[in-house]
Design a protein around this ligand. Sequence first.
Ligand code: UD1
Ligand code: MG
Length: 452
Amino acid sequence: MTERTAETGRRCLAVVLAAGLGSRMKSAHPKVLHNLAGRSMLAHVLATLAEAGVDDVVVVIGPDHESMPREIAAISPHARIAIQHERLGTAHAVLAARDSLAQGYDDLLVVFADTPLIRAETFLAMRSALAEMNIAALVLGFEAQEPSGYGRLLMDGDRLIAIREERDANDEERAVTFCNGGLMALAGDRALPLLEKIGKANEQGEYYLTDIVAVARAEGQDIGVLMVPEEEVMGVNDRIQLARAENVLQRRLRDQAMRAGVTLIDPDSVTLSFDTRFGRDVVIDPFVIFGPGVSIGESVRIKGFSHLEQTEVGPRAIIGPFARLRPGAELEGDVHIGNFVEVKNAKVKAGAKINHLTYIGDADIGAGTNIGAGTITCNYDGFGKFRTEIGAGAFIGSHTALVAPVKIGDGAYVGTGSVITQDVSEDALALARGRQVEKPGWAKTFRDKHIK
Ligand code: UD1
Ligand code: MG
């Protein structure tokens, strides 16, 4: 990734704006920590910047954003954090990172954490255009289907004259559909003086980053526009836009999976995470949900309505329908997990079968072992969690309760309906249930007494 920097020889700082209130989300949490495809919008943007090989990152957050530094450190441990103490607009937010801006970078990328669909290629294209055109700044333009809420790009032929925020636009300006994507590339050696000249004479009384255009133009400096698809610069300001962004991201992830050799029978009904990994020839039925941290081996079949998160599935396994694989489920090759089976924090060795109505939690299941319908590992006593260890080639009869901690030896049988509280040795049969009693003729006598 850093080769990309070496190619151009230009050093780049990204300033990620994340201090906004996000009031249109109507949420107790910062807007940019809302999730898309299994991670926050902010995390998406930081990961894309890393992919684009930027040298340094500074994230501008609000003074009350206590949960933000942890999220930032998890994705970009070297990112700096700047606090915008008062929310006075996007230009003001950029200036909160003044110390970093003054460190002599060639390129500055101003990035919005609420614009998570931007691609690394676009960051690279912005930087190339900035370098080639010798301009003060480069903005992203797009033709908006629904321009309301976006700043409008006011052009004079090919030249960008100003960006007008919707609240400040007159009717004629409002009719313009050529809009501002928000993100910008700024020439590192010219940005600070321009940013400092931005005023707040607008309807909101805020320092608008978009005014850098008019300020630069007044000084005879040019600003470039790079056209991008609307989809990439879609801003997320409310939950409707959040759902739209999720949709776009899901489509990208599904296309990527299919290109890599996965069959999705009904792609639109499958939900993926940013990090879902697949081997070749995986087949996924409709309505399957992948939370974060899932890795699926080659030729696995996942049947409908299954839910997987933080799980590894080995090659040729068959999962579902209606299976639930929770964090820490590690399945080796050729394992079968059937309907209404839940597996959590458990290692299931090659070829084991758990086919019906079962809970396997905090357990080890040996190779080739068969777990009968309705088996439950009783792993929790209200305070601690305990492990169930089952050897290879064992057979657990249906409707068995395994009260952990407990061990079942290799090749052992457990009789149907047992409540197993003690270890079972290898190759033994354990029965732990009431013996059947038969009273001949009892039912008839009982009936005759009642039916006169
Ligand atoms: C902004 C642009 C608009 C563009 C749109 C694209 C400005 C003035 N307007 O509008 O032209 O069409 O994005 O999506 O730039 N933020 C701070 N501190 C602040 C204010 C905002 O950090 O004081 C951050 C927010 O967290 C957000 C980003 O800056 O990540 C953009 O702010 P937002 O309020 O969403 O701007 P828009 O109204 O969407
Ligand atoms: Mg926005």
